[in-house]
Design a protein around this ligand. Structure first.
Ligand SMILES: Cc1cc2nc3c(=O)[nH]c(=O)nc-3n(C[C@H](O)[C@H](O)[C@H](O)COP(=O)(O)OP(=O)(O)OC[C@H]3O[C@@H](n4cnc5c(N)ncnc54)[C@H](O)[C@@H]3O)c2cc1C
Length: 456
C-alpha cells in the first residue's frame, strides 16, 4: 500500500471537484483530485449540455478558459411540445444560456484546476473513507491498477457525483450531515449525441416534451444546428422506463432525425431533490451532485456544482488556516449554498413533489391553456407564480382546469413559505434540529395540499 499526504483531497474530477480544487490550489494549499476514470476519459459525463448562467461563472476557473466549449450561444427560448393538446409553447429564457460540447468542457475545467496547481491521480477508484476515533475524516482509500492507495488529508471533498459511495462508507453518527437520502429522490436519465444530415429549424431553442408518464420528459438540445443532444429521464419513484427504447421511438417519429447518426451514448442518475440540509462533517465536505445541488425541476446541475465547489474551497482554506476543520468551522459553506441557490431549489422541489401527484394530461391541458408570456414570467420568478392575474387572464381557456389551478395556487403559497424558511437557515450546527422540525411541518402541509406521497 502507498500513502500520499495532501492538505485537501478531492474525489471526482467533475465540475464540483475541479472548482473546489482550483479554489484551494490558488490559495497555495496542496490539493489532489482522485478520479476513477483514465486521463483520456475524465470529463466525459452524461449531461444534456445546457449551461444556464454561463455569463456569471465562478472565477476559480475563469470563463475565458472554458468558453472554447460553448458551441451554441444563440439559444434564447424553450420550446415546449405538448402532443396531447397538439400545441407548441415558445417561452423566452432570461440570462445567458449556452449549449456546450460537454466532454471538451470537462477537459477544460480539468486543465483549469491543473493550471491552478492541482495534482491529478487518474485510474484510482475510491472505495473507503478513513476516520479517526472521534469520527473526523482523515483521508480516503482506494485502488489504482490493483494496488491499494491511501490519501491522507486535513479535509476530504466528496465531489464523486450522484449516490456517491463515500457517503455509504462514512460514519456520520456524530455529524449533522444529511443522510435522509434515497434513490427515489433521484432521476434516471440517458442521452445520445446525434448528428442530423440537415440543420434543424429550432437551433435557437431547448426543446422539451413530456413522455407518456407524469414525471418523465424528453429533451432535444442543439449543440450546433446539426449536432443534437437528445435525452430523457424519469423520477425513480415511478415505474421504470425503457430509456433507450423510448428515445429511439421518439427519434424515429421526428422527420428531422431521418438519416441521423448516433455519435455517443451515456446514462446516469441525477438528484432531483432538495439540497442536503447539511453537507459537512468533521474533515469532510460534499459538493455538487454528491450534495443534491441540482435544480430539481430542470435537472440543471453544472452551475450549482461550480458554485458549491468554489464556496467549499473558500471555507476549507479558512478552516485549515484557523487550524480547525470541524463541522462547525466548515458550516459557513452550508449557509452560502442555501443563501445563493439552495433555498430556491428547495422551493422548486415542491413542484417536483406536486408533479408526482398530478395527472399528466391535466397538467399538459393546463399548460396549453396558459399564455406563454405569463408562463415565462411565472417560471423564472423564483418559484412558479400562479397568481390571480394569470388565473384571471386564462379563466376562459382554462375552464375545466380550475380545480387544478386552485391547487397550484395553494401549493405556490406553501412553496413561498418554504423558501422564507430557508432564508432563515441556521448559522450554527446546534440550531439545525429545530430548523428541520419547522421545515418538516411545512413539508407535511405540502404533502396534504398536493396529495403526494412524502418524498423525505
Ligand atoms: C442525462 C443527464 C443530463 C443532464 N443535463 C444537464 C444539463 O443540460 N445542464 C446541467 O446544468 N446539468 C445537467 N445534468 C446534471 C449535471 O450533469 C450534473 O449536475 C453535474 O455534472 C454535477 O457535477 P459533479 O461535479 O457534482 O459530478 P460529476 O460531473 O458526476 O463528477 C463526478 C466525478 O466523480 C468521479 N467518481 C465517482 N465515484 C468515484 C470514486 N469512487 N472514485 C473516484 N472517482 C469517482 C466520476 O468518474 C466523475 O468524474 C444532467 C445529468 C444527467 C445524468
Amino acid at each position: 500500500m502507498s500513502t500520499q499526504e495532501y492538505d485537501v483531497v478531492v474525489v471526482g474530477a467533475g465540475t464540483a471537484g475541479c472548482y473546489a480544487a482550483a479554489t484551494v490550489a490558488r490559495e497555495g494549499l496542496d490539493v489532489a483530485i482522485v478520479e476513477r476514470k483514465s486521463a483520456e476519459e475524465a470529463g466525459h459525463i452524461a449531461c444534456g449540455d445546457a449551461l444556464k448562467g454561463a455569463d456569471a461563472f465562478p472565477e476559480a476557473i475563469p470563463k475565458s478558459q472554458i468558453e472554447g466549449a460553448f458551441t451554441n450561444t444563440d439559444v434564447d427560448h424553450g420550446r415546449f411540445e405538448i402532443p396531447q393538446e397538439d400545441t407548441v409553447l415558445d417561452i423566452p429564457v432570461p440570462g445567458e444560456l449556452a449549449v456546450i460540447d460537454r466532454w471538451e468542457y470537462g477537459r477544460l475545467i480539468i486543465e483549469g484546476a491543473e493550471k491552478a496547481g492541482t495534482d491529478f491521480h487518474y485510474d484510482t477508484v475510491v472505495q473507503d473513507v478513513v476516520q479517526d476515533d472521534d469520527g473526523t475524516v482523515t483521508g480516503v482509500r482506494g485502488k489504482s491498477n490493483g494496488e491499494v492507495v491511501e490519501f491522507e488529508a486535513e479535509v476530504v471533498v466528496d465531489g464523486a457525483g450522484s449516490l456517491s459511495i463515500l457517503q455509504d462508507k462514512t460514519d456520520f453518527s456524530n455529524a449533522t450531515f444529511d443522510t435522509n437520502v434515497s434513490y427515489s429522490q433521484f432521476c434516471s436519465a440517458y442521452r445520445e449525441i446525434v448528428e442530423v444530415p440537415e440543420p434543424v429549424e429550432w437551433d435557437d431553442a431547448l426543446v422539451f416534451k413530456p413522455t407518456e408518464r407524469a414525471a418523465g420528459y424528453l429533451w432535444y438540445f442543439p449543440r450546433t444546428e446539426t449536432t443534437i443532444n437528445a435525452g430523457l429521464g424519469f423520477q425513480m419513484n415511478e415505474e421504470p422506463m425503457k430509456l433507450v427504447e423510448d428515445l429511439k421511438r421518439d427519434l424515429r417519429n421526428r422527420p428531422e432525425f431521418e438519416g441521423a447518426e448516433v455519435k455517443d451514448k451515456l446514462g446516469a442518475a441525477l438528484p432531483t431533490r432538495r439540497p442536503y440540509d447539511s453537507a459537512v462533517a468533521d474533515g469532510f465536505v460534499a459538493v455538487g451532485d454528491a450534495a443534491g445541488h441540482v435544480n430539481p425541476t430542470t435537472g440543471g446541475g453544472i452551475a450549482g456544482a461550480a458554485y458549491a465547489g468554489t464556496y467549499a474551497g473558500q471555507q476549507i482554506v479558512h478552516a485549515i488556516g484557523d487550524g480547525d476543520v470541524s463541522e462547525e468551522s466548515l458550516w459557513r459553506y452550508n449557509e452560502r449554498v442555501m443563501d445563493h441557490f439552495g433555498g430556491r431549489y428547495a422551493g422548486l422541489d415542491v413542484y417536483n413533489v406536486l408533479s408526482t401527484a398530478v395527472d399528466v394530461d391535466d397538467l399538459m391541458g393546463l399548460l396549453a391553456s396558459l399564455p406563454g408570456e405569463k408562463l415565462a414570467e411565472a417560471l423564472y420568478s423564483g418559484t412558479t407564480s400562479f397568481g390571480p392575474a394569470l388565473v384571471a387572464k386564462t379563466a376562459k381557456d382554462s375552464f375545466g382546469y380550475w380545480g387544478q389551478i386552485l391547487n397550484f395556487y395553494k401549493t405556490k403559497r406553501l412553496a413561498d413559505d418554504l423558501m422564507e424558511h430557508y432564508a432563515r437557515y441556521p448559522g450554527r450546527p446546534e440550531a439545525l434540529d429545530v430548523w428541520q422540525e419547522q421545515r418538516d411541518d411545512l413539508m407535511d402541509d405540502i404533502y396534504a395540499v398536493t396529495g403526494a406521497d412524502p418524498k423525505y
